[in-house]
Design a protein around this ligand. Sequence first.
Ligand code: NAP
Length: 346
Amino acid sequence: MEKIKVAVLGATGSVGQKFIQLLEGHPFFELVELGASERSAGKTYKDAVNWFMETPIPDSVKNLKIKNCRPPFESKIIFSGLDSSVAGEIETEFAHAGYIVVSNSKNHRMDKDVPLIIPEVNPEHLQLIKAQNYNGGAIVTNPNCSTIGMVLALKPLHDRFGISKVNVVTMQALSGAGYPGVSALDLTDNVVPFISGEDEKLEKEPLKILGSFSGDEIKEAEIKISAQTNRVPVIDGHTESVQVELKKKATEKEIIKAWEEFSAEPQELNLPFAPEKPIHYFREEKYPQPRLHRNIDKGMAVSVGRLRPCNIFDYKFTVLSHNTIRGAAGGAILAAELLVKKGFLQ
Ligand code: NAP
């Protein structure tokens, strides 16, 4: 198949750099354009970026000139890793100009006609874009990075047993705060018990993602969620301590079976970024840990462990997922692969 031309907006940031790293050699997509702020526009990528990925800048990208984030672009798909202060308006402009925007920013996530997609959880919500009024363009969003890990772990339990309540406490990595992010003096030898807007996202987004799709709108799931989010001195990988109350009683064995058997459309379609197994359950009592397990299955799998009974809810467990891969760029690329495979680009 001829490769589809794609662009990355916010190309110099934490998520933008991950997009560039992950798109190198992609079988469906060819990265041909980059966008960032006026501070970077006009410069070659290598001169504008403070590259902090562990692999070198791909040769095909080094000398690309950064553009202003305004259409026209030659790409069909626009991946957005833009700062949320500007993402809303720019993404709307690209969609109106006929582009398919796959965004990581919060701005459009809760719009009624915009799918908030985790490809293994709610691929049917992509149908929502047919109701969008963007002259053939569309906006699809990736949920918040902590939401993605938690909802992937909740999905098999929601399907088999039903979920009525969730309590979650997160330990979120530094790269989630963007680049240069939180200052070293704020986070060395420290934990910051506040991430602006994050508790609210974790409490609201899962209801839309796990909601049912009636053909033209989403009816939110009826789950009560309470979230507390913390920034910790880990580079990549968000860890979450989750407690759940189930609608139907289940044994530990049944819950682990639900996680281990979980597989969905991206696996059936054999999409390039689909992890072989979306959920890895660890029986070792000290796992999962961010440094050891964030990169499992290309950084696209979610690690779960420490399942045990809870004195207040039914069960508690730990979830770990890579925030800039599964939680941002990798998740957005998987959503775009699904759009292509399901014919949404025609
Ligand atoms: P970041 O490192 O701060 O990068 C922000 C990007 O936006 C940079 O490329 C920056 O370009 C660009 N930008 C800033 N102002 C702009 C303007 N006026 N016009 C055009 N471009 C502008 O942030 P990030 O962590 O990559 O996050 C990007 C988005 O993804 C945010 O909305 C964030 O909430 C979301 N997200 C992040 C993560 C994560 O783990 N980091 C996970 C999920 C979602 P310059 O370099 O030219 O300023």
